[in-house]
Write a protein that binds this ligand. Structure first.
Ligand code: F6R
Length: 242
């Protein structure tokens, strides 16, 4: 794993955006795997700036998102589809039909998860997957557990994730308890992975991901098995690395 150090969140965001922009320049019709949450917001702002000021075009880019809260319609302000429109898609020249976020209202999540994985494979697989990391070590909503799961599927969010994400809702009670999450197969199938981490609350997860055993209790540790992972993290998130 290549580690790129940044002094703070803004520098992490600039470096991450350069990384993604270079992928788009190299392969204009690339398939980008995208994440939501607080971590990539600054990266998306930088990409919007590259688009507006430097003419970076996303016209041929295709995207697949990692996850969506189960039960939230796309129009809900806390849905991940809404997040992606607000934070990126509405500000660049990407074609709406080229963007894919799991459907939080799917009636048959099991069949839907299979279709989502098949769609990614039929698009040629992910060229660059952007990831954040949960304070409990999750990637997408693959929560700590007894085993790693390959498929996109319906998952129960654990208590820690519900508490972490309560900041976006009126209260923890309003955080959906389930999500549709990409599984490890599509994530590890990406040709390159870019994982971002910012802040002291991610330091333990980053240390365990890098220095611990590959262990489903630290889902991000599976990235040790991928040949092309880059971590861009700020000093606070790297503070526990030996
Ligand atoms: C988001 C996702 C999650 C987040 C993680 C970190 O699509 O899949 O794994 O990346 O929960 O969230 P933030 O960035 O809000 O700390």
């Amino acid at each position: 794993m290549i580690i790129i150090q940044a002094k703070d969140y803004d520098e992490m965001s600039r470096k991450a955006a350069l990384f993604i922009a270079s992928q788009v320049l190299l392969k204009p019709n690339c398939l980008l795997g995208l994440a939501t949450g607080s971590t990539p917001v600054g990266t998306y702002q930088e990409l919007i700036r590259f688009h507006e000021e430097d003419g970076l075009s996303f016209q041929q880019v295709r995207t697949v998102n990692l996850d969506e809260y189960y039960g939230l319609p796309a129009s809900h302000e806390q849905s991940y589809r809404f997040f992606m429109q607000e934070n990126l898609f509405d500000h660049i020249d990407i074609l709406p039909e080229n963007t894919h976020v799991p459907d939080g209202l799917s009636r048959d999540p099991q069949a839907y998860g299979k279709e989502y994985d098949e769609m990614i494979a039929s698009m040629g697989g992910i060229d660059l997957q952007l990831l954040g990391i949960g304070s409990n070590g999750h990637i997408a909503f693959n929560e700590p557990g007894r085993y790693f799961t390959a498929q996109t599927r319906l998952v129960d969010l654990n208590k820690n994730t519900i508490e972490d994400n309560a900041r976006f809702f009126e209260s923890a009670d309003e955080v959906p308890r389930q999500a549709i999450s990409m599984g490890m197969r599509s994530i590890l199938g990406a040709r390159r992975i870019l994982i971002l981490a910012s802040g002291a609350n991610k330091a333990e997860a980053v240390r365990d991901m890098l220095e611990g055993q590959v262990d489903p209790m630290i889902p991000a540790s599976i990235l040790q098995l991928h040949p092309n992972v880059t971590l861009v993290a700020d000093n606070a998130a790297l503070s526990l690395i030996s």
